[in-house]
Design a protein around this ligand. Structure first.
Ligand SMILES: [Zn+2]
Length: 396
C-alpha cells in the first residue's frame, strides 16, 4: 500500500504533475468503502455520497492527506479514503480511460422476499443510489457508462417494482430509474455479483400485512463501553447508560405489543464500532431500525426532542415518531434531514435516530433520570411506528 502510494507520486512528478494525464486505476476494498462529495469534515465526518461494494473500479486523479480524489465521469468526482482503495499496478492510457463503457441488458424479477433489477456490465463500475419521492423511485447513477441497453425484461415475479427505465443525463452517466408501487420506501441495496458483471439493485417490498407484530425491528442503544457519549449537566450520568435503559424499555414495550422479532445492537455496556453495528444489522435484516441517543449542547438553555434521517424516503418514520414524542411535553428541537449519522447511512431499511432530550439542559435532564419517563418514551416510539404503518395503508 505504502509503496504504491510512493509510486503514484513519482509518476506524477515524471508526467509534470498533471494528475489528469495519468489516471491510476484502483479497486475498493475493506469494510464499507464510501464516497464523499468533498474533503469537508464535521463532527461525524464529511458528507457521504454513498457506499460502494468491494472491488469496484475507480480512476484516481489526485491525492490528499487521507483521501484519493477519483474521477467518476467527465463531470463528476468523489473522494474515497486511501484505506478503502487498492492501487492497481497499471496506468490507464488517458484516452482509454475517458471512453465510456457500455451498458447491457436489464432483467427485473422477484423472489419470495425481494424484487431485483440486474444490469449487465463488463466490470464493477462506481454507482450512486438515490431515493426520490412523489412518485417513489430509486434512481441509480452508474458512472463511466454509456447506454447500450435495448432490452429490459420485466417478469411477473416482481411485486414492488412498477417500472424500470433509463436515461443518459450525461455522455458517461447512465441513470437507472426504478419506480415503486407504494409511496413508502422500504429500502434498497446495490451490489455486484461474484463475477462483477451484474449490478444488482435489490428492492425491499412493502410487507403484505402492515402489522407491527409481523415486523423485524432493530433497536440501537447509542454509545457503550469505552464510548460514553454525553454526560448529565448536574447528575453527570452517562449517555450510554440511559440510552440502554430507554432501548431496553422499548424492547419490553414492543414485546408486550406482540412483536416477536426484535434485535438490540447491545444489551450490555459493550464497546461497538459503527461498522460493527452496521454489519450486525445487515445480518438481522430488519424492516426498520430505531437508534436511541440523548442530546447535548454547549449552551445549557438548548432543550427538546428531535428525530433524524439521512434519506428523504425514510423521513416519514422519523416524522411519525417525532409527532408522538412531542406529546410528552418536550420542546421541539426538530426533524433533521441529510443527517450524517453512521447508522442512518445504510439504505437497506427505514431507520430513524431519536435524540430523546438534552442531557445538557436541567429540565430535560430531570426527565431523563426518571424510569417513568423511559417507559413513556418507549410507548411514544412504539405509537409512532404504528402511526407510520397506518399511514401506508390504502385510504378507504
Ligand atoms: Zn449520542
Amino acid at each position: 500500500m505504502r509503496r504504491s502510494t510512493i509510486c503514484f507520486w513519482l509518476l506524477l512528478l515524471a508526467y509534470g504533475s498533471s494528475a489528469q494525464d495519468s489516471l491510476w486505476l484502483a479497486r475498493t476494498t475493506g469494510q464499507l468503502p464510501f464516497m464523499e462529495y468533498g474533503i469537508g469534515d464535521d463532527r461525524l465526518g464529511g458528507a457521504k455520497m454513498g457506499f460502494l461494494d468491494s472491488n469496484v473500479l475507480v480512476k484516481i486523479v489526485d491525492s490528499f492527506k487521507t483521501d484519493y480524489k477519483v474521477r467518476l465521469s467527465s463531470q463528476h468526482y468523489a473522494y474515497i479514503a486511501k484505506t478503502s482503495l487498492i492501487l492497481l499496478a497499471k496506468q490507464a492510457n488517458g484516452s482509454v480511460a475517458h471512453n465510456p463503457h457500455l451498458s447491457g441488458n436489464i432483467k427485473v424479477y422477484g423472489d419470495t422476499a425481494s424484487d431485483y433489477v440486474v444490469l449487465n456490465l463488463d466490470d464493477r463500475y462506481p454507482y450512486r443510489g438515490m431515493q426520490l419521492t412523489d412518485p417513489s423511485r430509486v434512481a441509480v447513477d452508474i458512472y463511466g457508462i454509456a447506454g447500450n441497453t435495448n432490452w429490459i425484461t420485466q417478469l411477473h415475479t416482481a411485486k414492488e417494482i412498477r417500472n424500470t427505465w433509463y436515461e443518459q443525463p450525461e455522455d458517461d452517466v447512465f441513470r437507472l430509474y426504478i419506480q415503486l408501487k407504494h409511496p413508502q420506501h422500504w429500502g434498497y441495496a446495490i451490489s455486484y455479483d461474484s463475477l462483477g458483471r451484474h449490478l444488482t439493485i435489490r428492492i425491499r417490498r412493502q410487507p403484505a400485512v402492515l402489522d407491527i407484530r409481523r415486523l423485524r425491528i432493530a433497536i440501537d442503544a447509542g454509545h457503550g463501553g469505552n464510548n460514553s457519549g454525553a454526560d448529565g449537566v448536574t447528575s453527570k450520568v452517562l449517555e450510554k447508560d440511559y440510552t440502554l435503559l430507554i432501548a431496553e424499555q422499548l424492547r419490553k414495550t414492543l414485546k408486550t405489543a406482540g412483536v416477536k422479532q426484535i434485535f438490540m445492537t447491545r444489551t450490555k455496556d459493550t464497546s461497538l464500532s459503527m461498522p460493527e453495528r452496521i454489519e450486525m444489522l445487515k445480518k438481522f435484516d430488519p424492516h426498520l431500525l430505531v437508534s436511541i441517543h440523548l442530546n447535548s449542547a454547549g449552551n445549557d438553555t438548548v432543550q427538546g426532542t428531535s428525530t433524524y434521517y439521512r434519506y428523504i424516503g425514510f423521513r416519514p418514520l422519523s416524522m411519525a415518531i417525532l409527532e408522538k414524542m412531542l406529546t410528552l411535553g418536550l420542546k421541539e428541537y426538530g426533524n433533521v434531514g441529510s443527517f450524517n449519522f453512521s447508522l442512518s447511512g445504510p439504505t437497506d431499511y427505514p431507520n430513524a435516530l431519536v435524540e430523546v432530550a438534552f442531557l445538557s439542559n436541567r429540565e430535560d435532564e430531570k426527565k431523563i433520570l426518571s424510569p417513568k419517563f423511559h417507559k413513556a418514551v418507549a410507548q411514544k416510539i412504539y405509537l409512532g411506528i404504528v402511526d407510520w404503518l397506518n399511514q401506508q395503508k390504502p385510504k378507504p
